[in-house]
Write a protein that binds this ligand. Structure first.
Ligand code: PXL
Length: 285
């Protein structure tokens, strides 16, 4: 047995509707990784419910950082996600500076389906690129990639050339690895595309489109990708592992007929999170 890797997870916790920390903690824990939650906000339900109560924890983050520095501990990874205020960008940057050895993963959570989330201000969206600039890995969905690049959300299917262009331009902003999720690439497929600047190679994983977008799917994908990279997997293997588990969990959730707001139903599936066959369900983009 080895000592589990340790991830500081800077995300919100939502009481109802699986997403963010209620997905990240079980998924990474099942992969044998310790999650140290640094909550950015507590919500009664995620923003997809339209109505919710939210307690902003902006002041908490620098206090937690100061305590961890005082304890003299280290993290293998700092992983950021849903933020509650633009000041939290500064606090995440301080966390990254405080643990320079840690892998920096930024899930630039801002929106989905071409629309930004209710609580996200223009300033917060604009400042998200400051976090992306210092990250090692970013995992935007197509909506968030468009916001980071100042592009319009593509209404039509994307093609490989456009996605390679977006991946390179996002990587030029700083991160070595860029993975864009929820990309429709024709023939009823929904893909994930990735680029590793160090190898100069582009990758694609994907599967059949399911006509419901369950909350927490992006959090599950980014957690699996992070866990897999921390285990030493290459980018295409990490993408495939994350994509295949997330997609099969989406399919089993779909079979149950629950509301999208209820989220991705991972509880019955978690036992097989490490059963990746490494058959290589990825191709070059
Ligand atoms: O899954 C992203 C996410 C995280 N946290 C909150 C959200 C969402 C998406 O809707 O509302 C509170």
């Amino acid at each position: 047995m080895t000592v589990p890797k340790k991830v500081a997870a800077i995300h919100d916790i939502s009481g109802v509707g699986r997403c963010s920390l209620t997905v990240i903690i079980p998924v990474l824990s099942a992969m044998g990784i310790q999650v140290c939650p640094v909550p950015t906000a507590v919500l009664s339900a995620h923003t997809g419910y339209g109505e919710f109560v939210m307690k902003d924890l902006t002041d908490y983050i620098p206090a937690a950082l100061a305590h961890y520095k005082k304890l003299g501990l280290g993290f293998d990874c700092i992983y950021t996600g849903f933020l509650a205020s633009s000041e939290q960008i500064d606090h995440c940057l301080e966390f990254f500076e405080g643990f320079p050895e840690a892998l920096k993963v930024v899930d630039p959570v801002m929106g989905d389906n071409g629309i930004s989330y209710q609580t996200y201000t223009r300033e917060l969206c604009e400042r998200m690129s400051e976090l992306a600039a210092v990250a090692d890995i970013i995992t935007p969905n197509l909506t968030e990639a468009a916001i980071l690049l100042g592009e319009r959300f593509p209404e039509k299917d994307a093609d490989a050339e456009m996605m390679r262009d977006w991946l390179v331009r996002l990587s030029e902003k700083g991160p070595r690895m860029v993975v864009i999720t929820s990309v429709r690439m024709g023939q009823g497929s929904i893909c994930t595309v990735g680029y590793d600047r160090e190898t100069g190679r582009f990758w694609k994983t994907g599967g059949e489109y399911v006509p419901i977008s369950y909350s927490g799917s992006g959090d599950m994908f980014a957690s699996l990708l992070t866990g897999s990279i921390l285990e030493g997997d290459s980018l295409p293997v990490a993408m495939d592992r994350a994509c295949s588990f997330t997609q099969s969990t989406i399919r089993s959730t779909f079979s149950l007929g629950t509301e999208w707001t209820d989220g991705i139903m991972f509880e019955p599936e978690l036992y097989r999170v490490n059963q990746y066959s490494r058959l290589g369900g990825y191709t070059e983009l």
